[in-house]
Design a protein around this ligand. Structure first.
Ligand SMILES: NC(=O)c1ccc[n+]([C@@H]2O[C@H](COP(=O)([O-])OP(=O)(O)OC[C@H]3O[C@@H](n4cnc5c(N)ncnc54)[C@H](O)[C@@H]3O)[C@@H](O)[C@H]2O)c1
Length: 319
């Protein structure tokens, strides 16, 4: 099989290319990335070939998709605060970019497209757990653009018969997730602070909770979805229904690092949801053979990776 991973040099993309490299059914991997927030080095040790280009360039997409069996579309401008500060580029990358991908998949003869939406689409809907049939209430331009991502993918399925699958990722964490983005995710931001002996920056009271998903679990589900050409007419949560608040997350980190950690409470982030927790019924029905990596085990692997990369803390802030 030939698989194209857009955003392949990013955090999830790099891990996915490593996962696909050790999947027997996969013989060719193309990682398409413009390196906006990704790194060439994320593909070290994988069999992926990096094509440096944009998902907004139809000619580049036609070249990459030729002969492909599946496209796993992860490329995006992936941050809530960045979208609040500057919404148009988020729309262009996440909404227009997805439409370009779907059109290119059609031109290539109807290649399967798997897209990455986000739990942020639930936004202001406070019901827990989040089942896919809840009303969506995006609270940020990023969330609105991700609702467009999944809506386009599903509309191309019903309008043109394109085989598509739309996942809603929750808080994915693990190796390759950089601590030096201007708007880092919470796990790398906390680990970087802990390694540098700084107080951990907690937005708000720290009681906000997340359904943390280790990146290998996401990669395993994405790989099975591509290899088995799984499609579904509706969105599918890709998280397993756990709920950990940030203060509990810090307690886990203290135990694994063997030290107590100071905390500094800072301003809540605009557009952030208070709680997320997936209803995983649909996911488990579609992928019954996947056992998720536990938070504790995933954190342990992430800390090991952090310790193996002291250069990360020397990097300048990007994004
Ligand atoms: N990490 C999470 O917790 C999470 C949660 C929900 C959804 N998602 C979604 O998962 C996907 C991957 O996220 P990530 O955390 O790996 O982020 P990331 O920033 O590491 O990866 C995104 C990649 O897309 C690339 N990219 C951006 N614009 C591009 C363009 N125009 N053309 C080609 N490449 C482009 C970037 O260079 C980067 O390598 C995104 O779609 C994101 O919205 C992630």
């Amino acid at each position: 099989m030939k698989i194209v991973v857009t955003g392949g040099a990013g955090f999830i993309g790099g891990n996915l290319c490593r996962w696909l490299s050790s999947t027997d059914q996969v013989s060719e991997i193309v990682a398409l990335d413009n390196l906006a927030t990704g790194f060439r080095s994320n593909l070290d040790g994988t069999e992926a070939v990096l094509v440096e280009g944009s998902i907004l360039d139809p000619d580049c997409l036609d070249e990459c998709f030729s002969g492909a069996d599946s496209v796993i579309h992860l490329a995006a401008r992936p941050s809530v605060p960045r979208s609040v500060a500057d919404p148009v580029p988020s729309h262009e990358a996440n909404a227009t970019g997805t439409m370009e991908i779907l059109e290119a998949a059609r031109r290539a003869g109807g290649v399967q497209v798997i897209v990455a939406s986000s739990s942020s689409v639930y936004g202001g809907n406070l019901t827990l757990p989040k089942s896919e049939d809840l009303a969506c209430q995006p609270l940020s331009p990023y969330a609105a653009s991700k609702l467009a991502t999944e809506s386009y993918a599903l509309a191309w399925q019903s309008s043109y018969g394109l085989p598509t699958l739309a996942f809603r990722f929750f808080n994915v964490f693990g190796p390759l997730q950089p601590p030096r983005h201007a708007y880092s995710s919470v796990v790398p931001a906390f680990l970087a602070a802990a390694m540098e002996g700084r107080p951990l920056p907690v937005h708000g009271d720290g009681e906000q909770s997340r359904d943390f998903t280790f990146v290998d679990t996401v990669c395993e589900v994405l790989t099975i979805a591509a290899v088995r050409s799984v499609t579904d007419p509706g969105p599918v949560n890709l998280a397993y229904g756990s709920r950990t608040n940030l203060l509990e997350l810090i307690t886990h980190m203290e135990r694994l690092l063997g030290t107590s950690l100071a905390v500094e409470h800072v301003e809540p982030r605009q557009g952030d949801m208070r709680h997320t927790q997936a209803d995983n019924t649909k996911l488990v029905t579609l992928f019954p053979d996947v056992t998720p990596v536990s938070l504790e085990a995933g954190l342990k692997l992430t800390i090991e990776w952090f310790r193996s990369r002291p250069d990360l803390l020397e990097m300048a802030t990007i994004g």
